[in-house]
Ligand binder design. Structure first.
Ligand code: NI
Length: 168
């Protein structure tokens, strides 16, 4: 188990654009394993490498017991629009309503450098957009007109799923 410390929104590394991975080596594999361990420990449904202080284009998502490892991910297609609740492990204890594309297709590489595509709607679409934002130095609070739109977890209206409140 490799549980790393999750940085909070005030840390500068969360605001930097991360670097493309070019070596698919043991240290990348260790990073991916640690991201999954750290995400599960939190617990959350997604985690980007810069959230643990590593400025590389690497993120993980776990939904419905399926782990998706994303290396150098990029959105290649979006459609629709949906407003829903969203949280982030780097902004613990809060959620807000954020508008996102309803469906996305993302191109990425796996831990060995092999290219693949992942298509998602609903929470997977939201998690993919949220993680790629992290890798570009963006946080969901950037979409809010005011930080007063943040709602404390537990005080949000019904309809927000537990896993969304947990953080992406
Ligand atoms: Ni996040």
């Amino acid at each position: 188990m490799g549980i790393r410390r999750i940085l909070t929104a005030d840390e500068p590394v969360l605001r930097e654009k991360t670097k493309k991975v070019s070596h698919f080596d043991a240290s990348l594999h260790r990073l991916l394993d640690d991201l999954v361990d750290t995400m599960r420990d939190a617990p959350g449904i997604g985690l980007a490498a810069n959230q643990v202080g590593v400025p590389l284009r690497v993120a993980v998502i776990e939904l419905e017991e399926k782990v998706t490892e994303l290396v150098n991910p990029q959105v290649v297609r979006t459609s629709g629009e949906v407003l829903d609740w969203e949280g982030c492990l780097s902004i613990p204890g809060f959620v807000a309503e954020v508008k996102r594309a309803a469906r996305v297709t993302v191109k990425a590489q796996d831990r060995h450098g092999k290219e693949f595509r992942v298509k998602g709607g609903e929470l997977l679409a939201r998690a993919l957009q949220h993680e790629i934002d992290h890798l570009n130095g963006a946080l969901y609070i950037d979409y809010l007109e005011s930080l007063e739109e943040l709602v404390r977890v537990g005080e949000h209206p019904s309809g927000v799923e537990e896993e969304q409140a947990a953080g992406i």
